[in-house]
Design a protein around this ligand. Structure first.
Ligand code: HSE
Length: 310
């Protein structure tokens, strides 16, 4: 059995406008890398974190990766020391599932290192615990697609039930990350605790429509369904240029655009790579005009999820 493993886990777009906490998909890049090495000290030790500007805790009991690995070892009664080397290759507080990518990389890597005692689905609750450490809520709409790959519906949290959704061949995602930070915890705290009955009806219709559109490869139905009546209207104020970026994406022919996870990144779905590229350029221009540094990513829906690098 090997003594070390290196794993990449991808970024994700959660919510996908109408599916707060229940819909998400994985993209090819960015993502996080983790290396785990067995040690003889019987403890989980975080040896190094790169790419976080010193902001993440090195205490394994407070760190997403550390907690995930500790839970796994404890539950499986495995008395194994582990050294963790985390390379954050994506920004914190970006809305691209940064904490989820770390949690998924950690749980996938420890499972590989210990001889794969668990299936991917069995790893999901551990990755969700990582989210609880990061933002106070064990939401699964980032960790599920990052871990399982593809476009995922969280049908139920109790009991946990995730459904892999098919995606049309030519579906592309464009992501733009403006270099400002929105903490998921804050973006959740500003949400209302109760919603109007009529908004729930409209939102449910769109979730159903989006799922049906994906199943039937019906781009028009996907487009009609990418509307959020509940969360984005509140969170939009956190993102400078929100309306302009959405309008620019629309002008370039997006199927629909919105906040990626809790923001500040925005995403757009489109049919075909060229449209996705044009949307990215148009979105970038809006942030450039506001002197906000930004990165654009274009990707198909990543069907693989985490992968072993070494
Ligand atoms: N569903 C979560 C939220 C995703 O919107 O708070 C966070 O990335």
């Amino acid at each position: 059995m090997t003594d070390s493993v290196k794993v990449f886990a991808p970024a994700t777009v959660a919510n996908v406008t109408c599916g707060f906490d229940i819909l998400g998909f994985a993209v090819d890049a960015p993502g996080d890398e983790i290396t785990l090495k067995k040690n003889n000290q019987g403890k989980v030790i975080i040896r190094e974190i790169k790419g976080d500007e010193g902001r993440l805790p090195l205490d394994p009991g407070k760190n997403t990766c550390g907690v995930v690995i500790q839970h796994f070892l404890r539950d499986l009664a495995l008395d194994q020391g582990i050294d963790i080397f985390l390379h954050k290759k994506m920004p914190l507080g970006s809305g691209l599932g940064s904490s989820a990518a770390s949690a998924v990389a950690a749980i996938y890597a420890i499972n590989e290192l210990m001889g794969k005692p668990c299936t991917r689905k069995e790893l999901l609750p551990y990755a969700m615990e990582g989210e609880r450490v990061a933002c106070g809520a064990a939401h699964a709409d980032n960790v599920a697609p990052s871990l399982l790959g593809g476009f995922v519906l969280v049908r139920s949290y109790d009991p946990l039930d995730t459904i892999a959704l098919p995606v049309p061949d030519e579906l592309f995602a464009t992501l733009v990350h403006p270099q400002i930070e929105v903490r998921t915890k804050d973006a959740r705290e500003i949400l209302k605790r109760e919603i109007r009955f009529s908004d729930s009806v409209r939102q449910s219709g769109n979730v159903g429509g989006l799922v049906a559109g994906l199943l039937m490869s019906d781009y028009q139905l996907i487009s009609n369904s990418l509307v959020d009546h509940i969360v984005e209207p509140i969170r939009a104020i956190l993102i400078p240029g929100y309306d302009e970026v959405k309008a620019a994406a629309k002008e370039q022919g997006t199927l629909g655009a919105g906040i990626s996870g809790s923001g500040p990144s925005l995403f757009a779905l489109s049919k075909g790579h060229q449209t996705a590229y044009n949307i990215g350029e148009a979105m970038r221009e809006i942030f450039n005009a506001m002197d906000i540094e930004n990165e654009v990513y274009i990707s198909k829906i990543n069907q693989i999820g985490p992968k072993v690098l070494d």
